[in-house]
Design a protein around this ligand. Structure first.
Ligand code: GLC
Length: 491
């Protein structure tokens, strides 16, 4: 099949979060299975150009209709670690993608509505007719809307869309100017509750809702989160829409890229290991202590890696730091804050704990250190408020680092509690799970982990090894995506 991905990120050239990893990892898997994949992205001025090979001008004169006028764009083409990517560069005084940042501008809805329109216009004008267009998150929610309402009448009647939602929290809200800009001119029609009108704010259009209404199939990134989004209050106001469209909604678990995340071949860690040489993990632990100037001792290392963002359960992360120290463990945190307040809070903690030899807070994004922490830590806390999939626990399992997680979203689909899981026998269990959002719930799960480490080290090791047995590469999920593409494609 010929599949075109339209997305706002693709790792490592454009990466703000897990979305970038998924777009890259899934594309690689699909290509390895013999499908033809192309990726359309914005040409941001701050992306990592050093990860693009052979960047060249591929299409000179793309004129994208916009606000009754047109914006002239160039399309560049290059390879990002083997994947063929097209980058759209508009030439206009709005400088939509020359902001030094991917997201966070006041006109984000306009920027990405333009990108969605430009991507479709590029497909149309360059005569690309993929079997399936796969688009992602709110930024590309208008792609299926415009495909169905406009582009199918201009020669794209055979194209079908899969829309993947990585995060329901960000949906893309805008007023009628978006309709004028994109040429979706019938205001009363599009502003209807059956189409783009937000379910709760009657003055707002909702891009993600449009994506759900118009796509041929919609999925989120784990089976449990798909269930939560429909049945619990996890879809930030889109529950009703998902109910109406439940017949075309499902959940597919993300994978991790085994080329990047494999303790047997990882270049970033001093002592590669497998389950057969698991004792070498302690050499990485030693290296981690040396690197972060932690005291050499027999304590377990508890870690947190991730964005310091409300979604990730900041008050519980903060509590886990102190609780781990109190319970005789060391703690390592790697992450950067997405807002000023959290940043100040964690910098304050960092200064306060500066002389404590059992804890290190690294307040930045550092890929290389992340590898060493996954390899050197014994436990990983993931106390998210909500988590569509979560990649941290998948990587931790691969590295034999026992996850201690809150039972939400993808964490439920991947971590099975050592003491209490009903569905998996003991030899298939992989971590510790708690459910409530208060500190006592997390304390009890972390206590169980630390107690097992100290009191029954053999069993703790067995648990870590059990996690390593699971295959969370893209193999299975790639197959599921292909089954959906195949189901929706025009025959
Ligand atoms: C978002 C979600 C995360 C998911 C990632 C990739 O960042 O918050 O749970 O793993 O997207 O799909």
């Amino acid at each position: 099949m010929y599949i075109v991905q339209i997305a706002s990120e693709c790792a490592p050239v454009i990466k703000a979060g897990g979305l970038g990893d998924v777009v890259y990892g899934l594309s690689r898997e699909l290509e390895a299975r013999g499908h033809s994949i192309e990726i359309i992205l914005p040409k941001y001025n701050n992306m990592r150009y050093d990860h693009i090979w052979g960047l060249h001008d591929a299409y000179q004169d793309l004129c994208v209709p916009w606000y009754g006028d047109r914006i002239h764009c160039s399309v560049f083409c290059g390879w990002v670690h083997g994947r063929l990517c097209f980058f759209i560069e508009p030439h206009s005084e709005d400088f939509y993608f020359d902001r030094g940042t991917y997201y966070g501008c006041d006109d984000d809805p306009l920027r990405f509505a333009f990108f969605s329109k430009a991507a479709l216009e590029f497909l149309l004008k360059s005569n690309k007719r993929p079997d399936v267009i796969h688009c992602h998150d709110w930024q590309t929610g208008l792609v299926p809307v415009m495909l169905y309402e406009m582009y199918q009448h201009h020669g794209m009647e055979h194209q079908r869309v899969l829309y993947t939602i990585h995060n329901f929290k960000h949906q893309g809200f805008a007023g009628t100017e978006i309709l004028w800009a994109t040429g979706l001119n019938r205001e009363a029609y599009y502003f209807h509750y059956d189409r783009l009108r937000d379910n709760f704010n009657p003055f707002s259009l909702n891009f993600m809702k449009g994506g759900i209404v118009y796509a041929n199939h919609v999925n989120t990134v784990s089976p449990h989160h798909a269930w939560e989004a429909m049945h619990e209050d996890c879809s930030f106001g889109l529950g009703h829409t998902l109910h109406l469209k439940g017949f075309k909604f499902s959940g597919i678990l993300n994978g991790i890229d085994p080329k990047i995340w494999n303790p047997e071949t990882d270049d970033h860690i001093p002592s590669p290991y497998s389950s057969a040489t698991f004792e070498d993990k302690t050499l990485n632990q030693k290296a981690l202590r040396e690197k972060l100037l932690l005291r050499v001792c027999d304590k377990p290392i508890v870690a947190f890696i991730g964005r310091l963002d409300d979604q990730k359960g900041m008050h519980l992360v903060h509590h886990a730091m102190y609780h781990a120290l109190n319970r005789g463990a060391q703690f390592v945190l790697l992450g950067s804050a997405t807002d000023r307040q959290t940043n100040d809070w964690f910098w304050h903690e960092k200064h306060f704990l500066n002389d404590n030899p059992d804890i290190h807070l690294e307040l930045s994004f550092n890929e290389e250190l992340a590898h060493l922490i996954y390899a050197g830590a014994n436990m990983m806390v993931v106390p998210s408020k909500f988590e569509p999939c979560g990649l941290t626990q998948l990587i931790s399992l691969r590295y034999g680092t026992v996850p201690v997680v809150r039972g939400v979203g993808g964490l439920v689909s991947t971590v099975f509690d050592w003491d209490y899981d009903n569905e998996h026998p003991r030899e298939e269990r992989t971590g510790f799970v708690f459910y409530d959002t208060d500190q006592y719930a997390m304390e009890s799960a972390l206590n169980r982990a630390i107690d097992l480490y100290y009191n029954e080290p053999q069993l703790f090791q067995q648990l870590a090894l059990q996690g390593m047995q699971y295959d969370y590469s893209w193999k299975n999920s790639g197959e599921e995506y292909i089954a959906i593409y195949d189901r929706i494609r025009h025959r």
